[in-house]
Design a protein around this ligand. Structure first.
Ligand code: BG6
Length: 493
């Protein structure tokens, strides 16, 4: 169903995210008739644009980054766009903003329903919600008010608690939507369906039949123009604390009692609460941190991380992180989870690999079953799909076993468009569905688990920062993390 009429206010409207993701997603919703009849998008940022200048910029952005192959409605869509400049800290400007919102409400009949999307640097997360409160824009007496924020939700446990206290002073948890765009991915949501709609997998999904689980999120790009941001983040904060742990949550959670947001989020929270905390002396042997160095890829010299724009030439920031950990609960007792992520790896791929245990007594020659047998691979991106690998008799004499695949690709579902993450998530914010957004308690648990690792990594003597040539699968030492246990990383082809 279509969401209720409302105004969508984007703070940071002159920024990259607005241009690349948010506005193209809103346009795609418009084309699919998924926006309410009365809808206004109000762009807000420090730059001084007129409504028309803003519309022209967004028009160009839609043409460049459009997610839907239909340009015919752009002019009609941009008529819904308005702009007002603001200095994020200035109270007077929020009075102007309030007046602007009031006049748009009257002109377009959108009621008081309003969404505030903070697509801004995180250092203003404390300020904007407070200023909105000071002019009464958090009050819900004339319609709902929602606040959307992007990660990072703090830098460690302490700062995350501070941010939580700041936000929850004047806004309620139900009003706040923390975007984790991985949850907006169709294939990540499909983890729920694969697990809970298939009687064939459900009985196997536990320590009795699963040997270990691997989750990889590899990127072939480097930090590009985001060196400044990345320096204060690193792979653990940028990918593991949020995206990868959410994928762990959906892979490992108990069945929720319903599809209600709170039921699903409660189960994810329980997984995070069951993550076995690292003891200080365990971090060295169970985590790897790496940083890409310059190398030649397909004949071209690629910069090392330290040579990237905005990066300290002596930077200690990790661009690769791998962890081995356990979930201490009844379902997963004793099953190791291996997760890794990195920039400048050979390819872009995100996948969950479920390795099943061997049969109790193997009748056939051992060498015939290799490490890649009995695996369920959930490919989150690209080439979204599911691959089941198992052993089959090679036709002919004797009992030779060979590995075969049962392979499903989303692309085989002809005429089925996979909506990009932001499209789904923005629509959910309009409908008031918070299922696919991170809740405060989940965020804090994730930080609780990872803050000791971050602390330990501060000192190179504890866990050295290892170099890896751009275009390779991370530091060689990362193999030891898993091979020490007699296993191998699954290398996607
Ligand atoms: C973002 C990170 O959250 O996710 C980026 O900040 C990363 O560093 C990106 O590149 C990866 O997203 P995706 O959807 O391309 O896997």
């Amino acid at each position: 169903y279509n969401p209720e009429n409302h105004i969508y206010v984007i703070f940071g409207a002159s920024g990259d995210l607005t241009k690349r993701k948010l506005v193209p997603a809103l346009y795609a919703l418009f084309v699919q008739k998924m926006l309410p009849e009365k809808f206004v998008l109000l762009g807000v940022s420090r730059s001084d644009f007129s409504d028309d200048e803003f519309r022209n910029r967004m028009k160009e952005a839609i043409i460049k980054y459009k997610e839907i192959d239909d340009e015919s409605q752009i002019d009609k869509f941009v008529k819904k766009l308005f702009y007002t400049p603001i200095s994020f800290d200035d109270e007077i400007h929020y009075k102007n903003l309030l007046n602007k919102i009031k006049s748009l409400r009257e002109e377009f009949g959108t009621n008081g329903n309003t969404i505030f999307y903070l697509s801004t640097p995180p250092n203003v997360y404390g300020i904007i919600p407070q200023r909105l409160t000071s002019v009464g824009l958090n009050k819900q007496d004339d319609g709902w008010k929602r606040l959307i924020i992007e990660k990072p939700f703090g830098y460690d446990l302490e700062s995350a608690i501070k941010l939580k206290d700041l936000l929850l002073k004047d806004w309620t948890e139900e009003q706040i939507y923390r975007i984790d765009h991985y949850l907006g991915k169709e294939t990540v949501q499909n983890l729920l369906v694969t697990r809970f709609s298939n009687g064939i997998f459900e009985p196997l999904w536990n320590r009795n039949y699963i040997h270990h689980i691997e989750i990889t999120s590899a990127e072939s790009i480097g930090v590009e123009k985001r060196g400044g941001y990345y320096e204060s983040s690193g792979a653990l904060r940028d990918m593991v604390q949020n995206h990868l742990l959410q994928v762990v949550g959906l892979t490992a959670m108990e069945p929720p009692s319903s599809l209600e947001a709170s039921a699903i989020r409660n189960e994810i929270l329980k997984v995070f609460q069951s993550l076995r905390p690292f003891k200080k002396d365990e971090i060295k042997n169970n985590t790897i941190r790496g940083q890409y160095t310059s190398s030649k890829i397909k004949g071209e010299v690629v910069k090392g991380y330290r040579q990237e724009e905005g990066v300290n030439p002596e930077s200690q920031t990790e661009t690769y992180a791998a962890l081995k950990f356990y979930i201490d609960n009844w379902r997963w007792g004793g099953v190791p989870f291996y997760i890794r992520t990195g920039k400048r790896l050979p390819t872009r791929v995100t996948e969950v690999v479920i390795h099943f245990k061997e049969t109790p007594h193997f009748l056939f020659a051992k060498h015939q079953m290799n490490n890649s047998c009995n695996m369920l691979i959930i490919r989150i991106q690209p080439d979204e799909g599911i691959l089941l690998k198992f052993g089959m008799k090679t036709p002919g004499a004797g009992f030779e076993v060979q590995n075969v695949n049962m392979d499903f690709h989303y692309s085989d579902l002809t005429n089925q468009r996979i909506p990009p993450a932001y499209e789904r998530l923005l629509h959910d914010t309009m409908k008031g569905d918070s299922t696919l957004f991170a809740r405060t308690d989940e965020v804090l648990e994730a930080w609780k688990f990872l803050t000791p690792v971050l602390e330990c990594w501060k000192n190179d003597k504890n866990v050295p920062l290892l170099g890896y040539p751009a275009g390779t699968w991370g530091p060689e030492h990362a193999d030891d993390l898993i091979e020490g246990d007699g296993r191998h990383w699954h290398y996607p082809c």
